[in-house]
Design a protein around this ligand. Structure first.
Ligand SMILES: Cc1cc2nc3c(=O)[nH]c(=O)nc-3n(C[C@H](O)[C@H](O)[C@H](O)COP(=O)(O)OP(=O)(O)OC[C@H]3O[C@@H](n4cnc5c(N)ncnc54)[C@H](O)[C@@H]3O)c2cc1C
Length: 376
């Protein structure tokens, strides 16, 4: 018997859809409210670490993800400069265990579609273009008012509405994402044939230049710099700036540079970070994923952690018969320190670069891989 029968979720990202899948699978009545009018997820590619892939198996979507992603087991370090000299090819840790590759690159909208299909197939209702405007709660449930004027009463409200979570504000948690000092250019481009796994270039004018294949045909490429005010640029100006910034890098970057254009989804954003340092619930409202914690993608764990939040929460709810303190104590115990360690490590990697310090990068990455290898 589940602790909840009727649940509302704000946000149809990885965290919200993972929770919707697991709850619907348990026979819970689930409504997901997504602010965007449709699922044309912005963004380009995402690197999914092994522990995210292991979670996808639990969600019943790994087979489909596997068909559409680009699996990889190594990471290559290259030098800036015209030759893009290979410095090292390093086996990447299989944090999801031996049944999953170390990592997979994927086109974000493809992943979103797979998760949406699975959630709806199991009976979750996903409403686009609708949000939760206000809420009140008592010991037994949460009353929500929706943007279309309708109301509902649910046993639990999950705020999975991302880094600028409206649900977080509604329950009075005033933690806000803070800029870390870096900004990232990203683009979605054809995959040069020689690119078969993630390549990272440290040094040159950028902190990091890199790319990750997402399919036979495509990949995403990125450049990390000191954060700058890049607001107000036309798409053409963004393409031109990103193209210019690639000139210090050769090898596959020559083809990337030539292919950058209007359809490359060139995007610029600052790295930010936050963590709710304490329970992520207020009564029967709980925050998961980026609504609760976020970090720069220096170890690409954001998606994995968002999905793990949903897995742990839904596992506890399925086992318990009521939503009480024991649920929240266990959820906090299993999630807070793990998320904190990942956020701290992601920030540390960025800080070493910003301060031009030679930190123990392999040691830190190794410790995170060890942590991520243990199922949440
Ligand atoms: C530049 C960059 C690169 C990254 N690269 C990686 C990577 O390679 N690998 C990785 O694992 N992670 C990466 N991340 C982090 C990763 O994208 C997030 O951790 C992950 O998407 C979190 O999922 P989420 O569902 O919590 O939030 P989101 O994916 O942000 O989903 C939240 C959803 O809620 C919706 N929403 C927002 N407001 C409301 C509202 N008021 N009502 C209803 N719906 C609302 C949004 O439209 C969205 O669909 C990266 C992040 C950044 C910024």
């Amino acid at each position: 018997m589940s602790a909840v029968q009727r649940v509302a979720i704000a946000g149809a990202g990885m965290a919200g859809l993972a929770a919707a899948i697991l709850l619907a699978e348990d026979g819970v009545d689930v409504d997901v409210y997504e602010i965007k009018p449709e699922l044309t997820a912005l963004g380009s590619g995402i690197t999914l670490q092994g522990n995210a892939l292991r979670s996808f198996a639990r969600l019943g979507i790994w087979d489909e993800v596997q068909k559409q992603c680009w699996s990889q087991d190594v990471l290559t370090l290259r030098a800036p400069g015209p030759d893009a000299t290979v410095i090292a090819t390093i086996p990447d840790a299989r944090t999801g265990g031996p049944d999953f590759p170390a990592a997979a690159g994927m086109f974000r909208p493809d992943l979103a579609q797979i998760m949406l299909d699975r959630a709806t197939e199991l009976g979750a209702r996903v409403h686009f273009g609708r949000t939760i405007e206000s809420l009140t709660q008592d010991a037994d449930g949460v009353d929500i008012k929706l943007s279309d004027g309708t109301t509902d009463r649910v046993d639990l409200l999950i705020g999975a509405d991302g880094i600028n979570s409206a649900v977080r504000s509604m329950v009075g948690i005033d933690v806000k994402p803070e800029p870390t000092g870096m900004g990232i250019w990203r683009a979605f481009v054809p995959r040069p044939a020689e690119v078969t796994s993630t390549d990272l270039y440290y040094g040159g004018p950028m902190y990091i230049a890199g790319y990750c294949p997402t399919s036979e045909d495509m990949m995403y490429a990125y450049l990390v710099e000191d954060k700058q005010d890049r607001s107000g640029l036309t798409p053409e100006q963004s393409v031109e700036i990103m193209r210019d910034a690639t000139r210090a890098y050769g090898g596959p970057w020559n083809q990337i540079r030539d292919s950058l254009g209007a359809d490359s989804r060139v995007n610029y954003t600052w790295f930010t970070s936050h963590l709710i340092d304490g329970p992520w619930n207020r009564g029967r409202v709980v925050l998961i994923g980026d609504a609760a914690h976020s970090c720069p993608p220096t170890i690409a764990q954001g998606g994995a952690q968002a999905t793990e939040d949903a897995l742990v929460l839904c596992e506890i709810l399925a086992r318990e018969s009521t939503v009480d303190d024991a649920v929240w104590e266990e959820f906090t115990r299993r999630r807070l320190e793990r998320a904190r360690t990942i956020v701290e490590a992601s920030l540390q990697l960025g800080r070493w670069q910003l301060n031009h310090e030679q930190g123990d990068v392999p040691g830190l990455i190794g410790r995170i891989a060890e942590l991520a290898s243990v199922p949440a």
